[in-house]
Design a protein around this ligand. Structure first.
Ligand code: ATP
Ligand code: MG
Length: 501
């Protein structure tokens, strides 16, 4: 198959005890061709088919640098004097590649990917496959109008060329997970993803705890909502437990009973209720639950006044928010929660997600994508949280309703593994060694070498992995620059300039 041009040929398959086999082959690289772990290479196995493999290990063979030769040189104080790799008869580099797919070209010219079944022949030329093959093997989109253009493949070849990574836009329906250490480029990648999703007119919502997405929301013509200042969630969107948690001075069993009863009675009606309606319901229930009329009145007063007092403190609770007129095609919404404490953040997010989910299920709002940064705070691994259930449910069933989650965390160890496993596209950035084990379940077929290389890669480099429906094989990606660079809110301030230093 005349699929490889001379310039694409990077080496030839060698024979040793392990290579070639059905799983791997090793190849000697041409002196001017260097490849990084993760690079995709190919070898023809017949006129119409070839195997695609991923570089997994490398080794340089140089007998002039054996420890005995170096010792002799050091003792005699002489410099090395031997020809370089380009003309050497001994020095060479070997790469090992793991076979991942067999690709056949049908008579109609269409490429078909099948499980690998042919054996590579020693001496076969190894080449960098053309873009169409890479797209087919990884499951990328060819049509730029139907794709999410997130950057380029992060592989270094002698002749550097940019291979665009265009994800199929449908991948978002199976949710996205972005993980990596602080400063590795997660929020930046999330903004690039948001720019792309926005091009396809899907409404984007940022639940923003650090003021990281306000600028991009503004750049994309969106709105910024502040809890307590124009944005409120409904009391009726909370669960009875969440509601009682908000009223810390009502802990007596009778008081809790009254609150829970009043709350559940209103909830049973299945229509939203206001703080005022809840207080009236408390009055009614108190009158049924005390022993004597006098006691009933005393209890009513205590419960009513304390509930009223506490509810007033929560400025984020109140009116029905008009999502229907805010969520339209191409809308961008930032819920700016900077400075809000953790308990309130959880309640605001839980209530927001419930309200949005109900509206979406009733088809009253468009499908939407919600970005949740610091997601380990909201779906923690070993503790309960107000939003854990709703996020778990959202990632499990969201794709049937057009509800998409993008969960971002610097702490994969602390986030609920069930939730991240449901996120079928993953952007894995450099990660702290103690967090490595947490991503085992989501790294797909990314090799250990690819993951080990991430901390040394430039900021903004990640491994994109997935499942058969999203990304068939894990690939290293250099996330592209934002189209709205002014909205890079993650840039650390120059602290020295600030103090005049
Ligand atoms: N793909 C990229 N291209 C160019 N610059 C980038 C890229 N990714 C990240 N950066 C730079 O690195 C900075 C830090 O990235 P970012 O804010 O995304 O880190 P983070 O992983 O979200 O960190 P944290 O966990 O602390 O929030 C960005 O503000 C940006 O200046
Ligand atoms: Mg960030």
């Amino acid at each position: 198959m005349a699929i490889a041009q001379d310039k694409d040929i990077i080496g030839s398959v060698i024979s040793d005890e392990e290579s070639p086999s059905f799983e791997i082959f090793r190849f000697k690289a041409k002196h001017d061709k260097h490849v990084a772990p993760g690079t995709l290479v190919a070898v023809a196995v017949s006129e119409n088919s070839f195997l695609v493999a991923r570089v997994s290990a490398s080794h340089e063979y140089n007998p002039h640098e054996s420890s005995s030769k170096v010792t002799v040189r050091d003792a005699l104080d002489i410099s090395p004097d031997y020809p370089g790799e380009e003309i050497s008869l001994t020095i060479h580099r070997l790469y090992e590649a793991e076979i991942i797919d067999e690709v056949r070209k049908g008579s109609n010219g269409i490429l078909e990917t099948i499980p690998p079944q042919s054996l590579v022949k020693s001496s076969s030329e190894v080449f960098v496959p053309p873009l169409e093959v890479i797209n087919a093997v990884i499951g990328l989109e060819v049509d730029p109008h139907k794709s999410l253009d997130i950057g380029n493949l992060a592989i270094t070849l002698a002749e550097e060329r940019d291979i665009p990574v265009r994800l199929k836009r449908e991948i978002i329906q199976r949710h996205v997970f972005i993980g990596g250490t602080t400063g590795s480029g997660k929020s930046y990648a999330a903004r690039v993803l948001a720019e792309e999703i926005h091009k396809h007119k899907i409404p984007v919502i940022f639940f923003d705890t650090q003021f990281e997405f306000v600028p991009i929301a503004q750049q994309l013509g969106g709105v910024v909502l502040e809890p307590g200042k124009g944005y409120q969630v409904k009391l009726s969107s909370l669960t009875p437990d969440e509601m009682t948690e908000l009223l810390p001075t009502l802990r007596n069993a009778l008081h809790v009973d009254i609150l829970t009863n009043a709350f559940l009675r209103l909830k049973e009606k299945n229509i939203p209720f206001t703080n005022q309606e809840f207080l009236s319901q408390i009055d009614d229930v108190s009158q049924e639950m005390g022993q004597s009329p006098a006691q009933q009145e005393t209890t009513r007063k205590i419960v009513h006044s304390r509930a009223e007092y506490h509810l007033k403190q929560y400025d984020f609770l109140g009116n029905d928010f008009d999502w229907i007129s805010v969520i339209k095609p191409s809308s961008v919404i930032n819920i700016d929660c900077k400075g809000v404490n953790r308990q309130r953040l959880q309640l605001i997010l839980a209530a927001t997600l419930r309200e949005l989910q109900t509206l979406r299920k009733e088809n009253k709002i468009e499908p939407y994508v919600i970005f949740i940064d610091e997601a380990h705070l909201f779906v923690p691994q070993d503790e309960e949280s107000a939003c854990k259930q709703i996020i778990r449910e959202g990632v499990r069933t969201g794709r049937h309703f057009g509800i998409v989650f993008v969960l971002i965390t610097q702490s994969p160890l602390d986030i609920d593994k069930k939730a991240i496993r449901q996120c079928n596209t993953r952007f894995l950035f450099a990660i702290e060694p103690d967090q490595l084990q947490a991503i085992q379940g989501v790294k797909a077929d990314a090799t250990q070498e690819m993951i080990d290389k991430l901390p040394k890669a430039p900021v903004g480099t990640c491994i994109v992995s997935g499942t058969y429906e999203t990304i068939k094989h894990a690939i290293p990606v250099r996330i592209r620059k934002m189209e709205t660079p002014e909205a890079d809110a993650g840039k650390a301030p120059d602290i020295f300039a600030k103090v005049g230093g």
